[in-house]
Design a protein around this ligand. Structure first.
Ligand SMILES: Cc1ncc(COP(=O)(O)O)c(C=O)c1O
Length: 445
């Protein structure tokens, strides 16, 4: 019996990747793919950067691993120094880990540790319906994706949930689109009061909901109203920027669109652009000082990794030097405009939304009623497969409409994508949608 890989795509035969360059990937048969999703919205600076590979190799040659409690490293100190001014957090301190879920777990513990250090036994964290914050138990607990939570429910359950600003299916249809921010804030306040304000430690949310709800940009009055409620009740704000961070939405961080200053922030994905499994939990100076005074009982073997810091630093330098955050905003506008021109009239396209280079197309069985396709039609999966056959890699997500149904095609290409490649993504996607839904809309571009 030989060893084998526990596949993430059981029952499907996957191509073997041979290489990548910029927005392109190649398999061992020589096929080219245009990566419109950066894997899982991970790759910001593009594939195949020799600069990042060299930075990783140099650090690994000097020293690859020391325990975070025994040594500092110039790589990590330098990374924190360069990243600090870009973070939307006051007097930030970074706690580097190995990915988004670890960063979320760390932030949840930091939130509780902060309150304990101040003599308050607060433990409840409020997440949002439909949200995704990771697959470890704490992260899944604050997530609101029923399909992922269901098998593990006996292990979950300490978190509470409030409404999501999912504008296409607004939870406040009676007043939509007026005053939605205030309605969401009211719902959060009601949840805090129901839990007992002295019990609530934190509210966790993505500034712009990523893949789970499909690039949902909240109304402009949302974040000011939500943070005001949190401040009123001494509830910490945790911004989950795992997907939206590092230029993905056309600003350095999603919080920047509304001037949000969270107490804690988590990032991953774009931080090292896939070259290293790097995640970050960031605290404000106040949270840091309070927690450190009392002592923070936490840690992972691979946290504070010098090679990870070298990778993060190299990626940060490239994002800055090459103006990729602005590029994300510009190419994002093009992507949104072309998706709308090509698909807005399609009878099975319900909504097209996004910001920067994070976009989603929500597919529906009926545009009038917004009824989703039945799950067994597997629309998102089939369209993503048809796009892959055309050489365009999309990310897809399901369950946005009601927990199990709701089909999303999600776009998050490397920020180095060219105008011509944006058009290639849109035409490839539109052709895949038309092929799978077997409807050819009249008109179009
Ligand atoms: C918003 C958000 N938070 C957390 C995570 C978990 O990150 P990871 O898969 O690196 O553990 C993800 C992953 O997709 C995410 O999108």
């Amino acid at each position: 019996m030989t060893g084998a890989v526990f596949s993430r795509a059981a029952g499907r035969d996957l191509p073997v990747v041979a290489g990548g360059r910029g927005t392109e990937l190649f398999d061992t048969s020589g096929r080219r793919y245009l990566d419109a999703a950066g894997g899982a919205i991970v790759v910001g600076i593009g594939h195949g950067s020799a600069e990042v590979a060299d930075a990783i190799a140099t650090q690994a040659r000097e020293v690859a691993y020391v325990h975070g409690s025994a040594f500092k490293s110039t790589a990590l100190e330098g990374y924190a120094e360069m990243l600090g001014p870009l973070l939307p957090v006051d007097d930030p301190y970074i706690y580097p880990v190995s990915g988004g879920s670890e960063a979320v777990e760390t932030a949840l513990k930091l939130a509780r540790a902060y309150h304990l250090a101040r003599g308050e036994d607060r433990s409840v964290v409020i997440g949002r319906t439909g949200a995704y914050h990771g697959n470890t138990r704490g992260a899944l607990s604050v997530s609101g994706r029923d399909g992922l939570r269901a098998p593990y429910l006996p292990w979950l359950g300490t978190a509470a949930h409030t409404t999501s600003p999912y504008e296409y299916r607004c939870p406040f249809p009676d007043s939509h689109p007026y005053g939605c921010g205030a309605r969401h804030a009211q719902a959060l306040e009601q949840e805090i009061v129901a839990q007992g304000p002295h019990n609530v430690a934190a509210f966790i949310a993505e500034p712009i909901a990523g893949a789970a709800l499909g690039a949902c940009v909240p109304p402009d009055d949302y974040w000011p109203a939500m943070t005001a409620v949190c401040r009123r009740y001494g509830v910490l704000v945790i911004a989950d920027e795992v997907m939206t961070g590092f230029g993905r939405t056309g600003r350095w961080f999603g919080c920047d669109h509304w001037g949000v200053r969270p107490d804690l922030l988590v990032a991953a994905k774009g931080a090292a652009s896939g070259y290293w499994p790097l995640g970050l939990a960031v605290t404000s100076g106040e949270v840091h000082d309070t927690v450190q005074r009392a002592g923070f009982v936490h840690g992972f073997t691979y946290s504070h990794h010098a090679v990870g810091a070298a990778a993060g630093l190299a990626v940060l330098k490239i994002l800055s030097r090459d103006g990729l955050v602005d590029a994300s905003a510009r190419r994002g506008e093009q992507l949104g405009a072309e998706l709308r021109a090509e698909l807005a009239d399609h009878p099975h396209v319900g909504d097209i939304r996004g910001r920067g280079l994070l976009w989603a197309v929500e597919l529906v069985a009926d545009r009038e009623t917004k009824v989703p396709f039945a799950r067994n039609e597997r629309m998102a999966e089939r369209i993503a497969a048809a796009a892959k056959d055309r050489g365009v890699l999309l990310y897809h997500s399901t369950g946005c409409a009601n927990g199990s149904e709701g089909d999303l095609l999600v776009f998050g290409p490397p920020l180095v994508i060219s105008p011509a490649e944006v058009t290639e993504v849109v035409t490839g996607t539109a052709a895949a949608i038309r092929e799978v839904s077997r409807v050819r809309p009249s008109g179009g571009r």
